[in-house]
Ligand binder design. Structure first.
Ligand code: GMT
Length: 377
């Protein structure tokens, strides 16, 4: 049996798919006997209760008075090196190239003794930041200096290669959901708080960034609600929220839309939905669509980025070109008005989530990447 590892994990610990994946991976690795050290500015929000084998090291930013901007990146790099030394870490697994992979590279230089680093790319670090000429060389350096690089979809691998001329190998490791948490929940009573028995529920969950095209969500819902008695549940919050609230008011849809804000128990909330709407402009993977799939909820969305690698058009959802709200509304209506078709999609969702995005096999993939970089068979 291969030896158990001591792994440092750095991610954005607040809301966001990358933080969710990093934290869940840490929990699963700890269950498998590895020792996990989260090195972040606050406790990852999905960490929850006490876990055996998991430790948290807080990055405190030095606020020395000459600093106009307190240098978080330098504090993080120093903390990484300090924890690596004290805890004798085997490797650092960082989520996001900027700044985390750059900090890991610095920490490695400080250690000078072959601390290994693994970088997982999640999307925005490439699709947005790598477009910025002032950051391009830095991101390329961080990728080249990592001992292994993983990305959450083939589309993201391709984008990374195209934008940054990266020729070194990038491992594909899809995101996953914990099947013990994500399964169809019994939510009849909760559902009745939002919709009458004859009404369908459409749901959108995101951080309300412009890239999510929440405005399209409202456009789709308006078209659907003219033909199917239904409610729209909006979950999460972010920069576009106020604009969306105004749009809903102007369209006279207030009594058909509920804002739920940020929610902790996504599996419970998502289980109320009949369809999930994900019309994003860009999406390297679309973790929320996988969470929905594992709860038996098909996605109506765009065919942007990595979404088609996750959602099989005509089997576990319907995908249309970005901005084609007419087509997305037609897809939703088709599913919401045909019970047999919806049941078929639901079964296909459950099967695909279990078979292709299961926590066990993806955790094993990460483990084998760790052993590979450490030269352990
Ligand atoms: O989508 C976001 O705005 C959040 C972002 C993040 O950093 O957490 O999500 C990215 O990583 C997720 C986990 O791998 C992916 O599921 C999302 O598709 C990806 N977002 C984008 O590519 C826009």
């Amino acid at each position: 049996m291969a030896r158990k590892l001591k792994i440092g994990i750095t991610c954005y610990p607040t809301l966001g798919g990358s933080g969710v994946v990093a934290t869940e991976l840490g929990k699963l690795l700890a269950e498998r006997g590895h020792e996990i050290h989260f090195i972040t500015h606050s406790i990852p929000f999905r960490l929850g209760k006490f876990h055996k084998n998991i430790f948290f090291h807080e990055v405190e930013v030095n606020d020395y008075y000459v600093f106009r901007y307190p240098p978080y990146d330098l504090s993080l790099a120093s903390k990484m090196a300090q924890v690596a030394k004290m805890q004798q870490l085997d490797l650092l697994h960082v989520h996001y190239a900027v700044p985390h992979a750059v900090c890991a590279y610095l920490a490695k230089q400080m250690m000078g003794n072959g601390l290994k680093t693994v970088t997982t790319l999640h999307g925005t670090d490439i699709t947005v930041l790598a477009q910025d000429e002032s950051l391009k060389d830095l991101i390329r350096l961080a990728i080249h200096q990592s001992d292994a690089v993983t990305a959450v979809s083939n589309d993201l691998i391709q984008e990374t290669r195209n934008l940054l001329d990266i020729l070194t190998p990038i491992d594909l490791t899809y995101n996953f959901v914990d099947k013990r948490v994500y399964y169809p929940r019994e939510v009849a009573s909760l559902r009745s708080d939002f919709a009458a028995p004859d009404e369908k529920i459409l749901m959108h969950i995101s951080n309300f960034r412009p890239v999510k095209r929440v405005s399209d969500v409202v456009e789709i819902f308006e078209r659907v609600s003219k033909r199917v008695p239904s409610k729209l549940l909006l979950v999460g919050e972010g920069p576009e929220l106020t604009k969306i609230q105004c749009k809903i008011k102007n369209m006279g849809l207030e009594d058909r839309v509920h804002f739920l804000g940020k929610q902790e128990d996504v599996a419970q909330v998502i289980s109320m939905a009949d369809v999930l709407l994900l019309p994003s402009e860009k999406e390297s993977f679309g973790l929320v669509s996988l969470e929905a799939m594992a709860c038996g909820v098909p996605t109506i969305g765009s065919n942007a980025g990595g979404i088609p690698e996750l959602v099989t058009h005509g089997i576990t959802g319907f995908l249309s070109d970005v901005g084609n709200v007419e087509d997305m509304a037609e897809g939703a209506i088709k599913l919401l008005t045909d019970e047999a078709l919806h049941a078929k999609f639901r079964e296909a969702c459950l099967k695909r989530a279990r078979n292709d995005f299961c926590n066990d096999s993806i955790t094993e993939q990460y483990e084998s990447i760790y052993y590979r970089v450490l030269g352990i068979d």
